[in-house]
Design a protein around this ligand. Structure first.
Ligand code: ATP
Ligand code: MG
Length: 419
């Protein structure tokens, strides 16, 4: 049956009277080999012989029945249309024989999506989000969108991007925290797939200045265990479905994606310090775990057979004001770590108006600045909790990428504002 292939020429080979064009079509990760014989189609052959690598083409013709070809999917054209010829040589080797510099890859990401590897990666990213959404929809959460230009931050002043809003100070949203909580005054469960803007000062392999989160907030909870259960199920569901649906993509990337062992263990902050101490890492009680400690804990847990684990009940002093206290020193909070790096933070929130104001004062914040948020707590706010799951953090660990920049199309970091 006659059909068409639209795409770009990644390679051209001429062998005697035959031209082979390797075309990467639409969104598939499998290239198509267009075979043009001079003896069969002299017209098309004349065009094909002169086609430059990098050209955009539309080819009409027929697929060779599977099983016949050794070169992958073959296509015999009746007619070739060259839609656009490149002005310059491609800035990377389209056959992937010469390794691409990391900087080049990030700069020309949009172009490198013509290569099977980059396509595979971003198809996995899309699949991850598709299943996250599907899971949350099935659980009855309502998808919402909250503002990204805001008047107050939630996660600490140091990482706020400031901007001028008609003469007033505004910020880019670091997270939807305050808004998703406000919605708990009227909805029992919401989620948002959203960018986070953070002026991270350090150049690390796990921080971006614009990253994406899957944010969930749920009301009428008994405690933070309800929240952890949803998170755990979500992450396992996503990994299982990516594993099933993206086997070709994972193979293309050489990744063996294993489904983490369940139930996901819950280690308290206290226990985490003890485990680290046994391995010779001293962490002073009350401090956050450093990158090194997190990594070490990842090794300890992996030895026990766990890739995914919760660290619960951090000291309240190192958590934001909205986190509910647990006793005098601790908090109803958790992190979810995946092979030695934090991929998610969450917990139960303080829903009691007076205590929330008290918490703000202790953290040195002026409640007046948060009136718009506090108002939501005056009219029957139920107990609630939620989490913010980092899309790139989850994806980089699933794919065993060394650098978070690998898994986002257009990187925003200290050095990159374009493309
Ligand atoms: P970290 O301590 O690792 O910098 P955080 O505790 O400041 O992260 P949270 O405020 O807990 O981050 O945000 C929720 C989740 O969003 C994190 O667990 C992480 O997965 C992701 N995240 C936060 N900041 C960034 C960032 N700058 N780049 C990429 N992902 C991020
Ligand atoms: Mg965190």
């Amino acid at each position: 049956m006659s059909t068409e292939v639209k795409g770009w020429v990644n390679a051209r080979r001429i062998v005697g009277g035959i031209v082979f064009l390797e075309v990467i079509p639409s969104v598939s990760i499998k290239p198509v080999t267009v075979v043009i014989k001079k003896s069969e189609n002299p017209e098309a052959w004349k065009i094909a012989k002169r086609i430059k690598v990098g050209s955009a083409v539309r080819v009409y013709g027929e697929y060779v029945l599977e099983g016949k070809s050794k070169r992958g999917i073959e296509f015999i054209p009746s007619c070739i249309e060259v839609l656009s010829t490149p002005r310059d040589a491609l800035p990377y080797d389209p056959l992937g024989k010469t390794p691409v510099l990391f900087d080049t890859k990030i700069k020309y990401r949009y172009l490198m999506l013509r290569t099977p590897k980059e396509r595979a990666l971003f198809r996995i990213r899309a699949t991850l989000l598709k299943y996250a959404r599907r899971f949350l929809e099935e659980k009855g959460f309502l998808e919402v969108q909250t503002p990204k230009i805001v008047g107050a931050g939630a996660e600490g002043g140091a990482t706020l991007f400031k901007l001028d809003y008609f003469g007033r100070q505004a910020f880019l949203a670091q997270s939807p925290q305050l808004y998703k909580q406000m919605l708990m005054s009227s909805l029992t469960g919401v989620y948002e797939i959203t960018p986070y803007f953070r002026a991270e000062q350090h150049h690390t392999t796990r921080h971006l200045n614009e990253s994406w989160g899957i944010d969930v907030e749920m009301g009428f909870i008994e405690g933070m265990e309800d929240v952890m259960k949803v998170l755990e199920e979500l992450v396992i569901y996503v990994i299982k479905n990516v594993r099933n649906e993206c086997s070709e993509e994972l193979e293309q990337l050489g990744v063996d994606l294993t489904v983490p062992r369940t139930p996901v263990p819950r280690i308290s902050y206290e226990e985490a310090l003890n485990l680290l101490e046994k391995e010779g890492c001293q962490v002073k009680w009350g401090l956050d775990l450093s990158d090194r400690d997190e990594k070490k804990l990842g090794e300890i847990m992996l030895e026990k057979g766990y890739e995914l684990y919760f660290i619960t009940n951090y000291p309240w002093a190192i958590k934001p004001f909205y986190v509910m206290r647990e006793g005098a020193e601790l908090s109803r909070s958790f992190d979810l770590d995946y092979r030695g790096i934090e991929i998610c933070s969450g917990g139960q929130r303080e829903h009691r108006y007076d205590r929330l104001i008290e918490n703000m004062k202790v953290k040195g914040l002026n409640p007046e600045d948060f009136n718009f948020y506090l108002d939501a707590f005056k009219y029957g706010m139920p107990p609630h909790g939620g989490f913010g799951l980092g899309v790139e953090r989850l994806l980089m660990k699933m794919l065993r990428a060394e650098n978070i920049r690998e898994v986002i199309l257009f990187v925003r970091d200290i050095h990159r504002l374009v493309p």
